[in-house]
Design a protein. Structure first.
Length: 214
């Protein structure tokens, strides 16, 4: 309904950069409609049931002399698949096929990504195991709610790491979506973003009893 209420149709695809820079469809929103849109969008994200397993690549550290050159997109994908596999193990779903959807970036880039995806799943990962994932690459014009959510949450999570003192209202909503599990004493354990290189964090324990998000 948000798209219909704002634009009169649902063919608009939400991209974080266009929303932030007021380009595309969003350049035509005046101040009050834009404020209403942002409030409604934040409310929808807060009320939607989904789980985040964030991977943050620190490009500044990768540019240091002792770091070998890497394809950052492929690195993020590998770490993401490994973290997802850990979560599926905890949920007892690691023996089932899971589809992982990527937004298309170009013919060559997509072919390289698919090749690397298959390599990672074929035991070329830090776990040394076969990962039960299959890849789907969707066109940028695909009106997928999941891809649009993924696009909108990436920047706030990244900014929370590289600019921790900067006000970040979006992150306050998103950190409640991080994967959670219940500890032995009934405490809620929140898995913080996986940060590469050299800054990977373990689970953060919050002392309160609460069922895990699934």
């Amino acid at each position: 309904m948000l798209k219909f209420n704002t634009f009169g149709h649902d063919m608009v695809i939400f991209h974080e950069q266009e929303i932030r820079k007021k380009s595309g469809y969003f350049q035509f929103l005046s101040k009050e409609p834009r404020e209403n849109f942002m409030q409604d969008l934040s409310r929808i994200i807060a009320n939607t049931d989904f789980t985040l397993i964030p991977i943050v690549i620190d490009k500044r550290a990768l540019n240091e002399p002792d770091q070998p050159p890497s394809n950052i997109y492929h690195l993020a994908m590998r770490f993401g698949l490994e973290q997802l596999y850990h979560v599926l193990q905890k949920l007892g779903q690691a023996d089932r096929i899971t589809y992982v959807i990527f937004e298309a970036r170009g013919r060559k880039e997509d072919a390289d990504l698919e090749l690397e995806f298959r390599r990672v799943c074929d035991c070329n990962n830090s776990l040394g195991v076969h990962l039960p994932f299959k890849i789907l690459i969707a066109d940028k014009k695909t009106n997928s709610e999941g891809l649009q959510f993924a696009d909108m949450v990436a920047r706030p999570v990244g900014l929370s790491i590289i600019r921790p003192g900067q006000p970040n209202q979006a992150f306050k909503i998103l950190e409640k979506k991080f994967y959670q599990m219940q500890g032995k004493e009934g405490e809620r354990i929140v898995q913080e973003p996986y940060i590469y290189p050299h800054k990977a964090k373990g689970p953060k324990v919050v002392l309160e009893a609460q069922a895990p998000v699934g």
